[in-house]
Design a protein around this ligand. Structure first.
Ligand code: NDP
Length: 263
């Protein structure tokens, strides 16, 4: 039976998910297709999912909390972070997963000898990834431009600072998880803070994709191994595809097809 999958978001026209999932469906001979649904009202997610007769979906900004609410069953990790980016239907019920953070973890595995990580930004993505990175044994610190969003991280025992309270030290990996550099060309922190950090680091990652951000440009001046948000995008998609296709395919193979699809 032909299956339908979609990505829900608003806006969603920029999404590369249809391209990467459809490439994998075609190359692996899965009778399915994947398309975009621009959904304004997150409360209509479940209804739209069933009206469209979908077998599964991905969910992007701003509907990950709505997808969490719409799920009849949640996996342990999605429950912990309160956000769902992958839905699969089984026997008429929605199963919710979060593959963003496991995807990020998978995407940094290629960097060797990383123990300490400094995350710039304290938004939704930091919320889910900080937990999984700490559980995986990394030592996590968080630096954010303002105080408010740091409160919940402090409660969970993370080392946190704002630009004003930050005491520089050496971190193995510096990650830009802010949206600085996405639309405008700004750095995620003052250059006086970033330069010594990048000088001492072993690698840098920006989770923004589609452009080389000022942060990555600066990291490259220090000859650091770098990756942009495409690696995380692919990694979360590989794990979502694994749920969509009930763990039938070799993940390395899926990853290589998806990587080729976006060049
Ligand atoms: P949120 O809106 O939840 O959080 C934004 C964070 O960025 C806040 O900590 C905010 O600080 C900080 N910030 C925003 N602008 C600036 C700036 N000019 N200078 C310094 N800090 C700034 O964002 P998300 O966590 O949802 O997403 C963050 C980024 O990650 C986005 O660019 C998104 O596109 C990308 N992303 C990529 C994915 C991928 O697969 N590659 C997956 C998910 C997200 P403050 O608290 O002070 O406002």
């Amino acid at each position: 039976m032909h299956k339908k999958f979609a990505i829900f978001g608003h806006p969603v026209e920029h999404s590369l998910s249809p391209l990467i999932h459809n490439s994998a469906f075609i190359e692996l001979g899965v009778d399915a297709h994947y398309f975009k649904i621009d959904l304004k009202d997150g409360n209509r997610l479940k209804e739209t999912f069933f009206n469209e007769k979908l077998s599964g979906a991905n969910i992007t900004v701003p509907h990950k909390e709505a997808a969490f609410q719409a799920s009849d069953h949640l996996d342990e990790f999605a429950k912990k972070v309160g956000a769902v980016n992958t839905l699969v239907v089984k026997n008429g019920e929605l199963y919710g997963y979060n593959t963003d953070a496991p995807g990020f973890l998978r995407s940094i595995a290629k960097f060797e000898d990383i123990n300490s990580i400094l995350i710039l930004g304290a938004g939704g993505t930091t919320k889910s990834t900080s937990v999984i990175l700490r559980d995986a044994g990394y030592n996590i610190s968080i630096l954010n431009r303002s105080e408010k969003r740091l409160e919940s991280f402090k409660e969970q025992g993370f080392t946190c600072a704002t630009f004003e309270t930050f005491t520089p030290k050496k971190y193995d990996l510096i990650v830009n998880m802010t949206s600085a550099g996405l639309k405008e060309n700004s750095l995620p922190a003052p250059i006086e803070i970033l330069e010594p950090l990048l000088h001492d680091a072993q690698a840098a990652v920006d989770i923004i994709y589609g452009k080389e951000t000022p942060f990555l440009q600066l990291a490259k001046k220090y000859n650091l191994p770098c990756s942009d948000g495409k690696d995380m995008l692919i990694a979360q998609a590989v794990l979502a595809f694994d749920y969509f296709t009930e763990h039938k395919f070799d993940l390395e193979k899926v990853e290589s097809i998806m990587q080729n699809a976006i060049g």
